[in-house]
Design a protein around this ligand. Structure first.
Ligand code: MTE
Ligand code: MO
Length: 197
């Protein structure tokens, strides 16, 4: 990993060529939540994928933990312009969860406990990333950062990484989620600066 000689305060962002345009390196890990932090008991927690067939795939906490987990190291990019590099997570890939799911629909709406939503394209959530993450930096994911589980979609701005995620609904059409309805870009690729539409 690179050794940084700047940014030790974590409060004075500076431009960095290794980051997407307009982004600045952040050492701290800010919490950005549109509402209150829900508390979800692990015994009650479930994850679902709903398709047009009405077929509902669900996993309990124990069932999802029986699937293959992966260690992930990635950079994350918030649309408000902070980025954090080399973040470490542990979780299950959506590839693994979509194995055995039959759908003709091309779009996904992620739903969270608390009502937050965000839209994704199916092709872009297969192929090895993103993940449902349960751990951050070697520890259980804290509730303010989305625990017990959050979506981790590092290839897009961080608002796509739904905290407290509870499931995915397959959709025929691309529709805006929570922030997308307020003008955030439907797609959200930081390298193309797809911030707002
Ligand atoms: N459920 C839910 N997920 C969410 C949000 C939210 O308000 N609610 N905020 C999004 C935004 S805008 C960002 S930048 C990241 C912030 O994640 P963090 O609080 O772990 O830094 O979560 C995203 N996921
Ligand atoms: Mo954000």
């Amino acid at each position: 990993m690179a050794v940084f000689t700047r940014g030790f305060t974590g409060h004075r962002p500076e431009p960095d060529d290794a980051l997407p345009p307009g982004q600045h390196l952040m050492q701290s890990f800010p919490v950005l939540s549109a509402g209150a932090t829900p508390s979800i008991a692990r015994e009650k927690w479930q994850f679902f994928i709903h398709t047009e067939a009405g077929a509902t795939h669900t996993w309990t906490w124990d069932e999802i933990h029986a699937l293959p987990f992966e260690d992930i190291e990635c950079d994350i990019h918030c649309v408000t312009s902070w980025s954090k590099t080399g973040t470490r997570w542990r979780g299950v890939s959506l590839d693994t969860l979509f194995r055995g799911v039959d759908t003709e629909y091309g779009y996904v709406m992620a739903h969270s406990y608390g009502g937050y939503t965000t839209n994704l394209v199916l092709d872009e959530v297969l192929g090895g990333k993103p993940w449902v993450a349960f751990e951050y930096d070697g520890a259980e994911l804290s509730s303010e950062h989305g625990g017990p589980a959050r979506l981790l979609v590092p290839q897009f701005y961080f608002w796509k990484s739904a905290k407290w995620v509870r499931g995915l609904v397959m959709q025929a059409h691309d529709e805006p989620g929570f922030w997308e309805q307020f003008g955030y870009h439907l797609h959200g690729d930081p390298w193309r600066e797809e911030r707002y539409s």
